[in-house]
Write a protein that binds this ligand. Structure first.
Ligand SMILES: Cc1cc2nc3c(=O)[nH]c(=O)nc-3n(C[C@H](O)[C@H](O)[C@H](O)COP(=O)(O)OP(=O)(O)OC[C@H]3O[C@@H](n4cnc5c(N)ncnc54)[C@H](O)[C@@H]3O)c2cc1C
Length: 485
């Protein structure tokens, strides 16, 4: 996989030490030997949104808790890092979820693939939808498809195919659990293009998703849908960091990048502590707004596009209770709260039921997600306010009594990018702008997928772009190298 060339003196700087930046650095070093690579991370730890805490028998994920196995990049990376044996899926016991409606928890019907119902039996038996809502959903088989390649909102698409009830009570809560977004403003083509393809190829959404599932064998997948290292996602970060250090990369934490500019034939990366580092190529793997700030003087138009990608803020409140202080049987993996309910709470995951080994026996570990795009008022409260709101929620819904024995608050201000209508066109403009800067690449979950596998893929793609640039005669002919002989 490695190839040694006369570019051995090249210095590449990766900005951002989340999973995208770490993967970009790792991929590049494995792709080309002899590179000098420096990764600059503003925070005092690596991992970005991946943050795992361990102690007293608990494993607490403060950000993501698993990755989708069907998208290959995260699983392949774990294999490559020797972590495959440590991966496990959610417990098989009650592999189901509830949805809150009219102050009660209703079982989410089985047979949802991604966001789409693929079996009508469980829908017919569900009390989440009214009879009218169920009939409307089946009209998907008869409704004509919309022609043309215009984008539409994710919410608009599902409402058009399956009806308002199916959107508000089934699909929107699932979607918001992924992106904290407002589905009526998100771009269908940027978020779930496969749903539109299903409509175009098969005339209807349900028939299309079923046919695609059969085609990829998803009815009997070789893995659980979601996977994670048994004792926490940060094992991936640790393994990547160890491999990078062994390969000679310098990983600097606690220093942000203030500006990236061009100085002669090279890039200059200015750190917040005023140090200036020269580089032959730069990969920016920060959130888009941070990339926009760093690139503002290099390319105003590019920076404006990056700044225009909005983000949702959210928080996760993790609560631990002795099991006997929760009246609910906790016979599922948790519940989702529809936006239509007006609640700022998005979901509550019953971690101790969903994952083995995350809490000592006799304990219930719960994760309450708060904050929706456009409705982040709840986040202006103190940590104590957030713990009180989460405790009130689980008291009301699950019959928890007393105060939690364990409580953690993790805020993610501007933590989740939102692919609004117009995102695909924005990506095209960003790509066009980057043509003027072949030494520069962007990575991260702001662009082509918000989950971990997408962020990993983006890091690898950025590394390929820079590897290609370092192989071009244009780069090899830079004056410094000619002078160096
Ligand atoms: C609450 C929550 C739950 C999630 N759950 C899941 C899940 O279960 N499964 C899943 O697949 N995905 C999940 N995601 C999404 C997943 O976490 C992201 O896709 C992924 O972590 C993004 O990685 P990244 O490297 O692109 O960005 P980040 O992890 O944000 O890393 C960017 C890094 O850049 C650094 N940085 C910023 N500015 C600068 C600067 N100027 N100089 C230097 N460094 C800088 C930051 O400190 C950060 O470390 C979740 C996200 C959130 C917020």
């Amino acid at each position: 996989m490695t190839c040694s060339t006369n570019d051995s003196a090249a210095h590449v700087i990766v900005v951002g030490g989340g999973i995208a930046g770490l993967t970009a650095a790792d991929h590049l070093l494995r792709r080309r030997s002899g590179l000098r690579l420096t990764l600059i991370e503003a925070d005092d730890r690596l991992g970005g949104k991946i943050a795992t805490e361990r102690g007293d028998g608990f494993v607490i994920e403060r950000g993501p808790d698993s990755f989708l196995a069907a998208k290959p990049h995260a699983l392949a990376l774990c294999r490559d890092l020797g972590l495959e044996e440590t991966l496990h899926g959610p417990t098989p016991r009650p592999r189901r979820a509830y949805v809150l409606r009219d102050a009660r928890l209703h079982e989410l019907p089985e047979g949802l693939s991604g966001l789409t119902p693929t079996r009508l039996g469980p829908i017919a038996r569900s009390n989440l939808l009214s009879m009218r809502g169920k009939l409307r959903l089946t009209m998907d088989y008869a409704l004509p498809m919309r022609a043309g390649d215009d984008d539409e909102s994710l919410g608009g698409f599902i409402r058009r195919r399956l009806g308002d009830e199916a959107w508000e009570r089934l699909v929107e809560p699932l979607m918001a659990g992924i992106s904290a977004g407002d589905g009526d403003r998100l771009s269908l083509l940027a978020t779930f293009p496969q749903l539109r393809r299903a409509e175009l190829e098969h005339g209807g959404l349900i028939a299309g998703v079923r046919a695609n599932r059969r085609a990829v064998g998803a009815a009997n997948p070789p893995h659980p849908a979601f996977l994670t290292p048994a004792d926490g996602l940060d094992r991936i970060v640790q393994a990547l960091a160890a491999r990078l250090r062994t390969a000679g990369a310098v990983l600097e934490t606690g220093t942000g990048v203030r500006e990236i500019r061009r100085r002669g034939e090279r890039a200059e990366v200015v750190l917040r502590d005023d140090r200036r580092l020269a580089a032959d190529a730069v990969i920016v793997a920060t959130p888009a707004y941070a990339a926009g700030e760093a690139l503002a003087r290099l390319d105003q138009a590019l920076a404006a596009e990056l700044h225009a990608i909005p983000y949702a803020s959210s928080a996760i409140i993790t609560l631990g209770f002795p099991r006997e202080r929760i009246a609910h049987p906790l016979d599922a993996h948790g519940y989702l709260v529809p936006r239509a309910s007006g609640s700022p709470i998005l979901a509550c995951t019953w971690v101790s039921e969903k994952w083995a080994g995350r809490a000592p026996d006799g304990w219930a570990l719960l994760r309450v997600f708060v904050g929706r795009f456009g409705r982040a008022e709840i986040l202006s409260g103190t940590d104590e306010d957030l713990i009180a709101a989460a405790t009130a929620e689980v008291t009301q819904r699950l019959g928890a009594t007393g105060e939690p024995t364990l409580a953690r608050v993790q805020r993610w201000p501007l933590g989740m990018p939102q692919y609004m209508l117009g995102h695909p066109e924005r990506l095209r403009r960003i790509e066009a702008a980057l043509e003027a800067h072949p030494w520069l690449a962007l990575a991260g979950n702001a662009y082509r997928g918000v989950g971990l596998p997408d962020a990993i893929a983006s890091g690898q793609t950025a590394a390929e772009r820079i590897a290609a640039w370092l192989a071009t005669p244009a780069w090899l002919a830079t004056p410094e190298l000619l002078a160096a002989g």
